[in-house]
Design a protein around this ligand. Structure first.
Ligand SMILES: CC(C)(COP(=O)(O)OP(=O)(O)OC[C@H]1O[C@@H](n2cnc3c(N)ncnc32)[C@H](O)[C@@H]1OP(=O)(O)O)[C@@H](O)C(=O)NCCC(=O)NCCS
Length: 195
């Protein structure tokens, strides 16, 4: 089992799933089914939720819920999967925000926290997201978080019964740290009375 995430954003935090989250996670994912269709299929039934909880106990995978700070509502989820150690220190990202919470900047914040968790807490060096070319929101999301497009994989993943092409997007620990240092310098310059 991996260390629990402690990262907090202005509006959300990441949390490990607990058995008592079953009802809320399933309700959110059922309500979001058509929004997710063709992209992701997070647990929408008790047996799928139980399998997710079992996966959450592994050390090569982090299962994270996105919870709103105000009221603890579950907004979505992120998985950091296939964590490979040794000389690689790399993993893959999967994520979804529930339909009622889309386009409000929640995933930008939550994925930013997941990068901090992956690079700082888990000590990873590379995080990759594989995204279908037509998934404009997901591509906009990783682009603005500083990922670089590294390649294109034909018929890469079977989703909804069809092999689908994916773009390979990745961010490295050093690029993530440089961006954070740059952001801190910029906000220090723009803070009123910063001098
Ligand atoms: C991709 C996804 C996680 C984005 O979550 P979100 O909380 O809506 O994203 P944010 O509000 O933080 O916005 C992130 C960026 O995506 C853009 N975006 C969000 N929804 C969009 C849409 N429907 N069309 C175009 N751009 C969109 C935002 O404008 C923003 O980019 P910008 O800062 O350059 O403007 C969400 O759409 C989702 O869960 N989709 C279904 C599952 C999925 O596709 N998962 C990823 C598989 S690779």
């Amino acid at each position: 089992m991996l260390p629990a995430p402690t990262q907090l954003g202005p509006r959300v935090r990441l949390a490990c799933p607990r058995p008592r989250d079953q009802r809320e996670v399933i309700a959110l994912n059922r309500a979001s089914r058509s929004f997710y269709r063709g992209w992701v299929s997070p647990p929408a039934a008790p047996d799928q939720f139980a399998r997710m909880l079992a996966r959450a106990r592994r050390s090569d995978l982090a299962v994270l819920l996105i919870r709103r700070l105000d009221d603890d509502t579950i907004l979505g989820g992120i998985e950091i999967s296939q964590i490979v150690r040794g000389a690689f220190q790399s993993a893959y990202l999967g994520y979804q925000i529930g339909a009622p919470w889309a386009r409000q900047g929640y995933m930008t914040e939550a994925l930013g926290l997941a990068l901090a968790y992956g690079f700082r807490t888990l000590g990873l060096h590379r995080l990759e997201a594989n995204i279908q070319p037509a998934n404009a929101p997901s591509i906009a999301l990783v682009r603005q978080l500083g990922f670089a497009r590294e390649g294109y994989s034909r018929r890469y993943l079977k989703i909804g019964g069809r092999w689908r092409d994916h773009e390979r997007w990745a961010i490295l620990a050093e690029a993530w740290r440089d961006r954070r240092a740059g952001n801190r310098r910029r906000s220090a310059r723009t803070l009123p009375n910063a001098r």
